[in-house]
Design a protein around this ligand. Structure first.
Ligand code: JB3
Length: 217
């Protein structure tokens, strides 16, 4: 039986998750956000209060959905809330959008979120609290660590290994067999063709433009 859900966060990522949960017909009690947001509802879902509201429920009565997203310079809150509530015995629901094409042999750990239009191929494994965002492709045999954000439109070819706490920016492409070390940030639009060590930033190649000289010499 699906337990009632409580969503943490009231921003952009939370909004997208509300619509995923609606497509799944999962019962959502409301969302939590300590700061005032526009009105007391988000896409019609009521705000219940701040994070302390979780403790009004026993861990076996509800499941949580981590609606805090993750951007390169602010990856901490999503992780700290996940760890704090997990330590109290609360479970974060694994949320797989029904519009995603997911191999039956793919494996997901607690709290993974797979958003609309994603493709996940055979024997891919995705660890705790990671986000595979809209329209990304995770090819066969990829290994994705904990607390990772694969941003919209990323393509990971076969057998790519992504360490814990990695951010791969929108539209980046990683060719087959590449290893990306823990904590690294791959800039949006990058094409990664060599292994990346831990805690590195990979910037996309920048295109330089120059006006064409149409005057004949
Ligand atoms: O790139 C995409 C498609 N999505 C991004 C996502 C992955 O990460 C999105 O564009 C954002 O960059 C980011 O989404 P997020 O985390 O929803 O960001 P934002 O829209 O700024 O909303 C953060 C929300 O968290 C705000 O409503 C804050 O008030 C709330 N917040 C801050 N601290 C908190 C806390 N909520 C709870 N429950 N607890 C807190 O301690």
């Amino acid at each position: 039986m699906i337990k009632p859900l409580i969503l943490l966060g009231g921003g952009g990522h939370a909004k997208v998750l509300i619509e995923v949960l609606q497509r799944l017909h999962h019962p959502l009690l409301g969302f939590l956000d300590p700061y005032p947001v526009m009105g007391s509802t988000l896409l019609g879902v009521p705000k219940l209060g701040g994070d302390e509201v979780v403790n009004n429920y026993q861990p076996n009565e509800i499941e949580l959905v981590n609606g805090i997203g993750s951007v390169p310079n602010d990856r901490g809150l999503r992780i700290s809330l996940f760890k704090a509530f997990s330590a109290q015995g609360y479970v974060f629901k694994t949320v797989l959008d029904p519009t995603a094409l997911i191999s039956p042999s793919a494996q997901f750990m607690t709290g993974v979120q797979v958003m609309a239009g994603v493709i996940i191929q055979a024997d891919a494994k995705i660890a705790t609290n990671s986000i595979i965002n809209t329209g990304a492709i995770v090819e066969h045999d990829c290994r994705i660590g904990e607390h990772v954000h694969i941003a919209p439109g990323v393509v990971l070819s076969g057998g790519v290994e992504v360490g814990d706490h990695v951010h791969i920016g929108t539209g980046a492409i990683v060719i087959q067999g590449i290893k990306i070390g823990a904590g690294s940030v791959i800039g949006a639009g990058s094409v990664v063709m060599r292994d990346v060590a831990s805690n590195q930033i990979v910037y996309p190649a920048r295109s330089h433009t120059q006006a064409i000289n149409t005057h004949e010499k």
